[in-house]
Design a protein around this ligand. Sequence first.
Ligand code: BDP
Length: 708
Amino acid sequence: GPQYDAWLGYHAALPGANDTARKAAPLWSKRVEVQEQHEVMDTALTELSQGLGKLYGVQPEMIKSQTQGSQQNERGPAIRLGTWAGSDFAANVLTDAERAAVHGEGFIIREDESQRELVIGSETPQGILYAVFHLLRELTLKQEGAEAGAAAVAVATESQPERIVINEQPVNSLRMINQWDNVDGSIERGYAGRSIFYENGEFTQDIGRIRDYARLLASTGINAVAINNVNVHRKESLFLTERYLGDVAKVAAAFRAYGIRLFLSANYASPIEVGGLQTADPLDEQVREWWSIQTAKVYAAIPDFGGYLIKADSENRPGPFTYNRDHADGANMLAEALRPFGGLVIWRCFVYNCKQDWRDRSTDRARAAYDHFKPLDGRFADNVILQIKNGPMDFQVREAVSPLFGAMEDTNQIIEFQITQEYTGQQRHLAFLVPQWKEVLDFDTYAKGKGSEIKRIADGSLYQRPYSGFAAVSNIGADACWTGHPLAQANLYGYGRLGWNPDLSAEQIADEWVRLTFGHDEQVVERITGMLLSSLDIYENYTAPLGVGWMVNPDHHYGPNVDGYEYSKWGTYHFADRYGIGVDRTVKSGTGYTSQYHPENAARYESLETCPDELILFFHHVPYTHVLHSGKTVIQHIYDTHFEGVEQAEALAETWRELEGKVDPVIYSKVAELQAEQAEHAKEWRDMINTYFYRKSGIQDEHARKIY
Ligand code: BDP
């Protein structure tokens, strides 16, 4: 059904879609020709046939021919697809220069003048698969006219329909998903049911569901996945051994069919936990040998294994610090074991002291990643990639960007986002995260002068790094709609699309997702895109103010708790007292964190005059009466945004209710229920936050609204 098909339903399930659509079927859609055999190519063919079938109501005829050299004049209407090396289709239609313009996973889709032939070409089978998904998406998006009953596809301009001409090249080479799934079937920070990978200590037998997931991911351009939690416990450490490798290989096969490489999170202390050694010291010969042998076993089972994802010396996980080694020593040791097989080490920079003393303000958690890793620039092996969270704290609704981007020109770096909504409403509240990711990606680090945006560091172009890209924590589970909140599918979709092309706008991504999922009814499109695009600001309005973050219940992180973390060891303080609030991270009088940015940004954040309002409490400790650039005092801003946020959350619920009867009834009810719940919970946030600051400050709301 529509919940499960997500954005790949091709409108087959929408009322009345098929009859009118059939008329609009392009000439070439009735026949598909291919000349080569490859697993991923086969997937592409299946997708193409299914997709066209759903879109136009007719199954295309599939022709597989081994013979090359088909002549121009013999060719009847068809889609012809193939790689440069494996077919002559592209050669017949495209010039050498056109082909040279795309490489690797990039592709070309070209319709001829007479609109009888559509050629899909790429250097790789993966490129062909991406092309097929891209084509089906475009055709679905252009079905608007067909659904409205028009005779021709909506690509028509004036009387002549437009010829399809598409060239696409993924901007980032690694486009990865991290599952935080545990082998007991639970998911760390999962809000959409149990794991689809594991149950009760074993791998699932339901490979079909994993395949369906691979399909969703590949359709947005994802090409890598780590299938277990970065917090690797004893049982998951055994994934590298005979105990589980056969199962891992089966999952790898499901992903392989969709062009996705499998990675494993590995336990840094595996040589001890699994290998029975006394140490995991990266410079110990036995330890190095253990990793080499174990890695060879992994590759024997999974020849295209991607590599290891490592969380070390973080939140009680083991790491090289135990042996007085640094993270370059640790990562390079694993890199050596992986190198013979072309494998990668993805080493996370989420390293900080989670047992710090709150009275000691010199240990600012925001500083930690930069302090640990910046001095190691240039020391990492060439198959090591550092995975850096978008911000220096931990996926808050608002925080500064990580100053590590642009600080390590001799190190491969990828950016880590969190699709799962740990701190953004846990898929009970609506929070479309793409606008946040866009802001981060468009942030100018000034690392090499103006125009050094984070997206250009993530994609490797600024420093010409060989490995680059995106990673993100998944938001899916065994839930019927995959993501708990049906509209949270837009985050998974949007992440994949941005990884492919970070220049897509949040508006375009939202519009695409809504149309692919719900069809082209203008009211539906307008309302749901509106809901998505306003959702993050609304969530920010009624939660922690002005970039200060946290204020959530400890451990599970749902719901308001202003002092929940204030007197604990995690380093996530707001320092509110009767006079003011915020963390002084200036060089002048605070932790000195601002100096981790390049001078342009350092200066902007250091000064109260130039620090942007939305981050004022992230960088400064100010009195409640401090006047923001908006003209409001901090305390009045807190009151206003919290009252407004609740009204906006109520309006979201109201907007959705207007769509009853216009969207799938199951999705309708689920979202209606969740939006009502969000509106209720927003009130709890408003009341807790406003009351807290009213009592601390003793300052009245200018509008004398009811605060407890
Ligand atoms: C935090 C989560 C924790 C993760 C950690 C991480 O609360 O569950 O293990 O990040 O990224 O956001 O390693």
